[in-house]
Design a binder for this molecule. Structure first.
Ligand SMILES: Nc1nc2c(c(=O)[nH]1)N[C@H]1C(S)=C(S)[C@@H](COP(=O)(O)O)O[C@H]1N2
Ligand SMILES: [Mo]
Length: 445
């Protein structure tokens, strides 16, 4: 049920939206604590008392205002448009041309992501289905001893076939959290998936072609048309360091969850490069070329999939000349058992929580949850991944002292001790690597 608030108190919310600094100053006053009339106004605006107002931080928008309540229609924000596509769940439509859709976090509750709940990210059009998938050809050329052209049928019979659960996350996941706004689809936390993929190791195929010493980078090509219709332009064509191409979990896949790959996800074959920006996982995969220098395709260089090596002024222009490629994705936790913007019955005094967490090539050491704005944290139970590069599921319980407005803050820590930060780090024009601590607003009573 959507949260509601009285008309008279709209002003704080509107102020927060139009001029967050002024809204904050008004709410918190000069003392930096929410009390008196401001506390009452804030409570009325949020639709409930705020039991932990004492530790509510100044300078941080209440989650209810800060975060679009994806598909839950929490107060204030216009309901986002929903994808209408056979077999797909109610994903958040980010754009129709190219077609992009984000999975609301609470639909990522399955340990293995189904087709229905798998996000969609296209840079160009979706090509027509191949008439004969087994005859689909993939070329390997460039710095190899023997350039290859293999059909999907040959690939499957010539190399060991493996099945793995692998996370695939868009490099721009979390972009919406950047301030000032970064360019591109405003993904929340939902451009992530962890499906079960079947295919062959890219490594085995590259070794069959024979890598020259000069083969230090890959370049990937797919069959999707550029939106302009120009056949000489690629919708996207990215590449990576050879080390990642040789990782045992980097695959050419042809089945997703035991079925032929659905068309929108790259049928009949795609790359699956887990833990690194999803843009490397070329769909409708037709060719990989090896070279001595970094690949120069669409989506390489400049500010594309690149982050500042030395931080830049947020909002400033930069050509990305001193940026470097985003590789292993940073740690992130999602909450899938309860949706942001949910209202719970009065008297609810504990919450059983569930979600997932991942950290690129690393694993997740801890997921912690706070319901008092970070004053205290509760450790969740984090399961081992099904295999390397699968996400990790977590569960746990938190106590609530009373009815009221709460924020569930959830934060992952990777195996090297790095935690999700309070604000998205290292602002960059296209908004990559934004993994702040997440906040879900809930209302009890
Ligand atoms: N051929 C092709 N491959 C592509 C893309 C694309 O536009 N064309 N998008 C990439 C990006 S940016 C991401 S995040 C993933 C998304 O895969 P999905 O649509 O199956 O979720 O595919 C990648 N592979
Ligand atoms: Mo992406």
């Amino acid at each position: 049920m959507p949260l509601r608030h009285g008309k008279a108190e709209r002003s704080i919310q509107e102020l927060y939206r139009d001029d967050p600094e002024r809204g904050d100053a008004l709410a918190f006053g000069r003392r930096g604590a929410l009390k008196g009339a401001a506390l009452a106004a804030m409570g009325a605006t949020l639709g409930a008392a705020i039991p932990f107002a004492r530790s509510m931080p100044e300078g941080t928008l209440p989650a209810l205002f800060a975060r679009p309540a994806a598909a839950q229609g929490a107060s204030g924000s216009a309901a986002p448009q929903t994808l209408q596509m056979p077999g797909k769940g109610p994903l958040i439509l980010q754009g129709e041309r190219p077609l992009n859709a984000e999975t609301p976090e609470h639909l990522l509750d399955e340990p293995v992501t189904s087709y229905a709940n798998f996000f969609i990210r296209n840079n160009g059009g979706v090509p027509d289905a191949a008439a004969d998938p087994r005859a689909w050809k993939i070329r390997v050329d460039g710095e190899v001893n023997t350039p290859l052209e293999l059909t999907l049928g040959e690939l499957e019979s010539r190399f060991p076939v493996v099945t793995r659960q692998l996370q695939m996350e868009c490099g721009g996941n979390g972009r919406a959290f950047f301030q000032p706004q970064a360019r591109g689809n405003q993904w929340g936390n939902g451009a992530i998936s962890c499906a079960e993929w079947t295919g062959v190791r890219l490594r085995d195929v590259l070794q069959a072609a024979g890598l020259k010493d000069s083969a230090r980078f890959t370049g990937h090509f797919g069959a999707d048309p550029h939106l302009s219709g120009d056949p000489n332009r690629a919708a996207i064509s990215r590449g990576m360091r050879i080390q990642k191409a040789l990782d045992e979990d980097t695959l050419i896949v042809f089945r997703m969850n035991g079925q032929p790959i659905p068309q929108v996800h790259g049928a009949p074959a795609r790359l699956l490069v887990p833990g690194w920006p999803g843009s490397l996982s070329q769909k409708w995969f037709t060719r990989i070329t090896l070279s001595a220098e970094p690949h120069r395709g669409q989506g390489m260089g400049g500010t594309s999939y690149r982050v500042p090596t030395t931080p830049i002024v947020p909002g400033s222009n930069n050509n990305g000349a001193s940026f470097h490629d985003l590789e292993s994705m940073p740690v992130r936790a999602i909450l899938s058992s309860i949706a942001h913007g949910t209202r719970l019955p009065a008297g609810t005094r504990s919450l059983d929580l569930r979600g997932a967490a991942w950290a690129g090539d690393l694993t997740v050491r801890a997921v912690d949850v706070s319901v008092d704005y970070g004053a205290t944290w509760v450790a969740m139970n984090v399961a081992a991944p099904a295999n390397r590069h699968a996400w990790q599921r977590w569960t746990g319980r938190v106590a609530l002292p009373s009815d009221g407005y709460f924020e569930i803050w959830y934060r992952g820590t990777d195996s090297e001790g790095r935690m999700q930060p309070h604000a998205p780090p290292n602002w960059n024009p296209q908004g990559y690597g934004g993994n702040p601590i997440s906040r879900a607003a809930i209302l009890v009573g």
